[in-house]
Design a protein around this ligand. Structure first.
Ligand code: NAD
Ligand code: TDX
Length: 342
């Protein structure tokens, strides 16, 4: 196996850290360099085990900082850059869009400039199914394909769609070798407690109300995080320059059903469920058609939801230190601001 250096931005967050571990395990000869600004969503403790691997390096820097990025690219001479770094929470983007535009649009611009200057062989932009907007609940025959129009709902999804357009512009105009993946909702270890699944697990463990937005019937298409990592691995190693791939495992579920399942697994009563004010502009249904990545690259998801959710709940039970530390600080203010009076 040849040697490659991969810069993983946002590798102290949920999916980025899972990707770091996936790559270190699968490619023992690769150098994996994680660059992360350690915002509220980034945690060094998440990378504790990776730090012990001599093929891993962590660098604290902001993807918008052109000088820091240029210095790192000069030092590391990466073959591939995978950009996970982003502001990722829809509710925060509704409360204040500013940082979403700065990080999610200017960040990729700075990274792609550095890729051009340093002759990087692949820039991979980690995108989302949210760029397609939503689908109606009464049309189960409709799915997002790579040809679905971009039609965004939240400042978050608009910033991610902007980054996708910019990525394709850098490919066409400057011939930068790029690829894009648009994945559905991920779940698994190291998922930040503000997101639906970890939030419900943690609240249930504390016998606190579980705040379900609106009627709870909004549908998300859930994929175990490792299957997303596998898809990105195949795309960056494949003949995929200039291509967009949808990633999803046909696992659509209504929020209320996920919440009930978590309660059942934890042996907690459904009386903890509290319906609260709906999210503004709340997307109704996401559903990915993964035909392209399956037929072109042979990608298949490995973890079934019924197994993945049990593994995930167990992970949260076994890693209380990780999330107790997170929810003990600034997170309490966030939670009050977001949920009090709703
Ligand atoms: P996350 O919020 O858990 O992690 C984001 C990471 O990026 C954090 O470690 C944070 O410190 C870092 N970061 C933020 N701003 C930065 C900056 N300016 N410079 C450097 N680092 C910065 O997010 P996640 O859920 O792991 O999502 C990762 C990527 O995957 C995002 O681009 C997101 O849009 C995309 N995505 C997420 C999902 C999902 O279900 N979570 C689904 C599809 C796509
Ligand atoms: O307290 C809650 N109550 C609730 O009903 C929270 C936090 C969420 N929800 C609902 C809103 C959504 O319909 O649950 C669903 C999932 O919400 P999130 O976990 O916030 O995820 P979502 O908005 O679907 O976006 C996620 O998937 C796509 C990621 O956060 C994005 O980064 C990714 O692009």
């Amino acid at each position: 196996m040849d040697k490659k250096t991969i810069i993983v931005t946002g590798g102290a967050g949920f999916i980025g850290s899972n990707f770091v571990y996936y790559m270190l395990k699968k490619y023992p000869s690769y150098r994996i360099v994680c660059l992360d600004a350690l915002t509220y969503a980034g945690n060094l403790s998440t990378l504790e085990k990776a730090m012990k691997n001599e093929n891993f390096r962590f660098v604290k820097a902001d993807i918008r900082d052109a000088e820091a990025i240029d210095n790192l690219f000069t030092e590391e001479k990466p073959d591939i850059v995978v950009n996970f770094a982003a502001e990722s929470h829809v509710d925060r983007s509704i409360a204040d869009p500013q940082i979403f535009l700065a990080t999610n649009i200017m960040g990729p611009k700075v990274l792609m400039d550095a890729c051009l200057n340093h002759g990087v062989k692949r820039y991979h932009q980690v995108s989302t199914d949210e760029v397609y907007g939503d689908l109606p609940l009464d049309r189960p025959d409709l799915f997002f394909t790579e040809n679905t129009n971009l039609h965004t709902s939240s400042p978050y999804s608009a910033s991610k769609a902007s980054a996708d357009l910019l990525t394709m512009a850098y490919h066409r105009t400057y011939k930068l070798p790029v690829s894009i993946s648009r994945c559905s909702n991920n779940y698994g270890p190291y998922h930040f407690p503000e997101k639906l699944i970890p939030l419900m697990i943690i609240n249930a463990l504390h016998d606190k109300p579980l705040p379900v937005y609106g009627d709870g019937l909004n549908v998300r298409d859930w994929l175990y995080v490792e299957d997303h990592c596998k898809a990105i691995d195949m795309i960056i190693h494949g003949d995929c320059v200039g291509e967009v791939y949808n990633v999803g495992g046909h696992n659509e579920m209504a929020n209320i059903d996920i919440v009930k399942l978590i309660l059942k697994e934890l042996g907690k009563p459904e009386s903890l469920i509290t319906f609260v004010e709906d999210r503004k502009g709340h997307d109704r249904r996401y559903a990915i058609d993964p035909t392209k990545i399956k037929t072109q690259l042979g990608w298949e998801p490995e973890t079934k939801f019924e197994n993945g959710i049990v593994k995930t709940i167990k992970w949260y039970l076994d890693h209380k230190d990780w999330w107790e530390e997170i929810i003990s600080g600034e997170y309490q203010n966030y939670y009050k601001k977001m949920y009090e009076g709703k």
